[in-house]
Design a protein around this ligand. Structure first.
Ligand code: GLY
Length: 577
């Protein structure tokens, strides 16, 4: 059962560093786990592109901290995988400082521009959701650079220039197009309107008029120059020519973002959402993420439902059914009540009240899913699509850790690329543009998450650190909009309940349910008999091969072992678990 604690109750115990000699005596090894290189013993890095993982591992090998490695990795991800993240976006980070035993939560999520208004999304009396997905109005004020610089200022050891340099080199010298980027380009190119605003993204995503093939050199000279300016001046995206260029690009596509919005952007440091789970402490992201609260709610319902998951087995229909029921409660609450408002924050606290969680757990019927209305009001059905976003886990030799999730939201964000090489986010679609409207992930969005100036859109990003006493024993997080929550939950269960190793855990087939639409999405690798058994419990089962990607690190007696999800590099899970 989960027990949450307020910030005031959080531990302030000072804990000893692991001895540097002990760390040095462990062999440094670089191994391949899934598709990613992982530096063991001196720490570990897990990102969803092996080039970015290698950048982080090199930073650790140079004596950098977990924060240094996370920042360099995130910057590199934005170069090699602009579908998912970059300096035109934003993110969250959970940090564990081994010297003090303190955890921190940093919110560098995009903010709605001061001039943005719900009326901007109404055309001829009808809401036009595409305005929140593509073009200038879709762009939130980016927070990525502000967040990454703050992480290095607070927790870094290496110079900022050292951390930006690998990303700059990747952009200047180029690197082969990954299978994931190629797939994302093939999906997006046919949907791009034939308008000048989208020509720069078309140029980035095509080679000789066709979507980029795997392996085609991806060289980004404009972004390299921007990263060069950034390495000299951390405020280069907040004021000056790069900021002017961003505003002009959004304005030419109907946007209202201003240079004042960019100059005023502030990272929000928040108290991490803190839960107790099976003897561990979970540190995760509070509002404006829904990820942490839905994760803690679902874990508590699973534990209170009176079943022994470990005995049922990892992929058993009985275990998956309970997991789905717990997710449906969490997502129904998310839809009804959460958002970046005082009421949304109060609802998040109320959702985790132990008596309420116990009542929801008792309501789980082990043999049958409930009618959708039992989880909340009926909602319009919209087919969910996977999105961008990228998650990085780092643990360093001193036991510091960072779980960082970064995003431009949908693939290639607002589909706008500035002349200075930035792919601009479309984070405004994470708001409700009208009460009860569904967004591109099919998420029903309530009044607390209505778009409004200065608000941060409700997120599903779920960076989690698992802490045992005075040390981090796990890091998990993922990409894919609402699927982040369900998939992070499953990998946590795989690691800490079913006892899978990280590589097996992240590669195993997974499921997703977000209450509305009332569909249980399963990966093709889930055996047909399991699917049939879930259908027999009343679930409407749909097979989809684009679930999401999760990164994980497990720290055990042999040191930190990381694993990157093979899904994002084009490989499928090798075997059903
Ligand atoms: N943009 C994806 C999320 O924050 O949930």
């Amino acid at each position: 059962m989960i027990a949450t604690r307020s910030a005031a109750e959080r531990t302030t115990t000072r804990v000893a560093h692991p001895s540097p000699h002990a760390a040095a005596s462990l062999a440094f090894a670089v191994g391949l786990v899934g598709a990613a290189a992982t530096a063991r013993a001196q720490g570990a890095v897990a990102a969803d592109d092996p080039r970015a993982t290698a950048v982080g591992a090199a930073v650790l090998a140079d004596g950098g901290t977990a924060a240094d490695a996370a920042v360099a990795t995130a910057l590199a991800l934005g170069v090699v995988n602009p579908a998912s993240s970059g300096i035109g976006g934003g993110g969250f980070a959970i940090v564990y400082d081994a010297a003090t035993g303190q955890t921190y939560a940093f919110d560098f999520r995009e903010v709605a521009p001061a001039a943005l208004d719900p009326g901007d999304f109404v055309v001829d009396g009808a809401v036009d959701p595409m305005r929140a997905r593509r073009g200038g109005l879709a762009v939130g004020v980016p927070g990525e650079v502000a967040g990454l610089t703050l992480l290095t200022e607070r927790f870094g050891r290496l110079s900022w220039r050292r951390l930006v340099a690998p990303a700059m080199r990747l952009a200047r010298e180029g690197s082969p197009t990954s299978a994931f980027m190629s797939q994302a380009a093939a999906r997006v190119v046919p949907t791009l309107p034939d308008e000048p605003a989208f020509a720069p993204l078309r140029a980035l995503l095509t080679v000789d008029g066709a979507p980029r093939p795997v392996g085609a050199p991806l060289v980004r000279p404009a972004l390299a120059a921007t990263l060069g300016a950034l390495s000299r001046d951390r405020r280069a995206l907040a004021t000056g020519p790069i900021a002017d260029d961003l505003v002009a690009t959004a304005a030419a596509a109907g946007g209202v973002i201003t240079t004042a919005d960019l100059a005023a952007y502030q990272v929000a440091e928040r108290a991490p959402l803190d839960g107790r789970w099976r003897g561990h402490r979970l540190a995760t992201m509070p509002i404006p993420s829904s990820g942490g609260v839905v994760l803690l709610e679902a874990l508590a319902i699973i534990d209170g439902a009176g079943v022994d998951l470990a005995t049922l087995g990892a992929s058993s229909p009985a275990a998956l059914h309970v997991i789905v029921e717990a997710l449906k409660h969490g997502f129904a609450d998310r839809a009804r009540a959460l958002g970046d408002t005082d009421a949304g924050r109060a609802a998040a606290r109320a959702m985790l009240a132990p008596a309420r969680l116990a009542a929801l757990a008792r309501a789980v019927d082990r043999d049958r899913t409930l009618p959708s209305a039992r989880y909340g009001e009926p909602a319009p059905v919209v087919t969910p699509r996977p999105g961008g976003t990228s998650h990085v886990c780092v643990v360093d030799r001193d036991g510091n850790a960072v779980a960082l999730t970064t995003t431009v939201n949908g693939y290639y964000g607002a589909k706008l690329v500035t002349p200075t090489g930035l792919v601009l986010n479309n984070q405004i679609d994470d708001f409700a543009v009208a009460v009860d409207a569904s967004n591109m992930y099919g998420l029903r969005q309530g009044a607390e998450n209505l778009v409004g100036p200065g608000k941060r859109p409700l997120s599903s990003m779920t960076p989690v650190l698992v802490i045992d006493g005075d040390r981090v024993v796990g890091c998990v997080g993922g990409s894919g909009g609402p699927r982040i929550i369900s998939n992070t939950l499953q990998v946590l269960l795989d690691l800490f309940v079913f006892g899978l190793d990280p590589a097996t855990a992240v590669a195993a087939p997974r499921i997703h349910h977000q209450w509305q639409p009332d569909v249980l999405v399963v990966e093709p690798e889930l055996p047909a008999a399991t699917r049939a058994a879930l259908a027999a419990r009343g679930h409407q089962v749909e097979v989809a091969d684009d679930i999401t990607a999760v990164q994980a690190i497990r720290v055990g007696p042999a040191g930190a072992v990381g694993a990157s999800d093979p899904r994002k590099n084009g490989a499928r899970a090798a075997a059903a678990r």
